[in-house]
Design a protein around this ligand. Structure first.
Ligand SMILES: [Zn+2]
Ligand SMILES: [Zn+2]
Length: 434
């Protein structure tokens, strides 16, 4: 029953059933911990894992996989590393499921070195381990290594499936590898006989769009054998913004806002297209439309792990933290240094009807900036900061993070909704396209 509730995301029912059980064995604990991890309640999963240990209940492979997945979900490097050593001491890392989960955990913490070491030590790698490693390379911006791993996997005698191909195609599109992308799409259809899914087509639209082949991208959206969803139209719209294709962008946005009207990011993109074309009357119309429809930005939050403890920040000046005063002072100090270094707040993604100064102060309190400042004042110089953000990083925070990494000499890793940003000495691994 616990597992069934968890499968349907009903975690409160699952927990009530778990608590009411007269006796609990490792299966009930496992179902509960895995349920939490799979439904994104990673903190609760780890909490329960500790409780299970305290009660002297024996942990098995399933428990470890669920707990390690929870660490991956949280980007909890300290907790994840300690689970890795416990699993190693218990002789569990010989199981491919456990070692693959560990590879994924290190990768989701932005720690590719350890992910690669663990991956190399797996003797009986299966398709899931290879796909995990390839996706890790892609999300962390190492396209070459993703393509090499794809080749090595074939040499190893394993055939890629639809999921592996999706990773490879998105690697090609992130890196703008036009020919490689088409080569692999062809390979997928003709050599491996896989029927391409909508995800594969989306990668191809992205690839065409990034390469500036907007006409072909638009044609592909209209002719693909699926009814294009909002994400597909958004991919085209994003490309139109980068390549300043106003008319095509407007067409895409029209369909997009017809399909889904409640995602604020879509309005922001359209508004940016008008702003880039210097059409401020149209830009204002987009903002009015958004307000008339009552579209609200999802509240942003970020977490940072400092000495095995998580600090969570919500956006806005009302955030709560015991070190609030020092965090604000650190941000102010940095802001002066950044401006001396050439930083100009990028207010293009702020749609609220406020003046430029107010826009700047809205940006100042974005949750990832608060988390980074907290990390800086709470860790010794040189410590890498790892931040997880629930939304896509905005262009201002992206640029601010680059300046901060340069000024403080810190490596800052931000994992946002889509990918990782490894920022070091003023440069981000995403190449500023995310
Ligand atoms: Zn931001
Ligand atoms: Zn980046």
């Amino acid at each position: 029953m616990i597992a069934a509730y968890a499968r349907h995301g009903r975690m409160i029912h699952a927990k009530t059933t778990f608590d009411a059980a007269p006796r609990r064995n490792s299966s009930s604990w496992n179902a509960m911990i895995a349920g939490y991890a799979q439904n994104g309640h990673c903190k609760a999963a780890l909490h329960l894992f500790r409780a299970m240990n305290n009660e002297g209940q024996r942990c098995d492979m399933v428990t470890f996989v669920a707990a390690i997945d929870a660490c991956a979900g949280l980007s909890a490097l300290v907790a994840g590393r300690s689970l890795h050593s416990i699993a190693a001491a218990a002789g569990l890392v010989a199981h491919v499921e456990i070692s693959t989960a560990i590879v994924n955990m290190y990768a989701k913490c932005g720690n590719l070195d350890d992910a690669t070491i663990v991956f190399s030590s797996i003797r009986n790698k299966n398709l899931i381990s290879w796909s995990t490693m390839i996706t890790a390379f892609v999300q962390n911006g190492h396209t070459d290594r993703a393509l090499d791993a794809f080749l090595a996997m074939n040499v190893d005698g394993l055939f890629p499936d639809a999921v592996t191909f999706k990773s490879i195609l998105s690697a090609c599109s992130h890196a703008g590898l036009f020919e490689h992308g088409f080569f692999h799409f062809d390979l997928l259809v003709h050599d491996f006989g896989i029927t391409p899914t909508m995800d594969h087509f989306k990668c191809m639209v992205d690839l065409l769009g990034r390469s500036g082949r907007l006409l072909e991208a638009e044609e592909l959206v209209q002719t693909m054998p699926f009814v294009p969803d909002d994400v597909t139209w958004n991919t085209l719209l994003a490309a139109c913004r980068v390549h300043k294709s106003v008319e095509r962008g407007k067409r895409a946005a029209e369909v997009l806002l017809e399909l889904t009207s409640e995602i604020p990011g879509y309005y922001v993109l359209l508004s940016n297209i008008h702003a880039a074309a210097g059409d401020h009357a149209e830009k204002a119309k987009v903002r009015d439309l958004m307000e008339a429809r009552g579209v609200r930005k999802k509240p942003g939050w970020s977490t940072i792990e400092i000495n095995d403890r998580f600090h969570e920040f919500t956006a806005g000046e009302k955030f709560q933290h015991p070190k609030k005063q020092q965090i604000l002072e650190e941000l102010k100090r940095l802001s002066v240094l950044m401006k001396e270094d050439g930083y100009v707040p990028d207010t293009t993604e702020v749609l609220r009807l406020v003046n430029e100064d107010e826009k700047e102060s809205l940006l100042f309190f974005h949750s990832e900036k608060l988390a980074i400042a907290c990390g800086l004042i709470s860790t010794p110089p040189g410590t890498t900061l790892r931040v997880v953000k629930n939304l896509r990083v905005c262009s201002d925070c992206h640029s601010a993070t680059k300046f901060i990494s340069k000024i403080t000499g810190r490596k800052i890793i931000v994992r946002d909704l889509n990918r990782f940003h490894h920022t070091e000495n003023g440069v981000c691994s995403c190449g500023d396209y995310w």
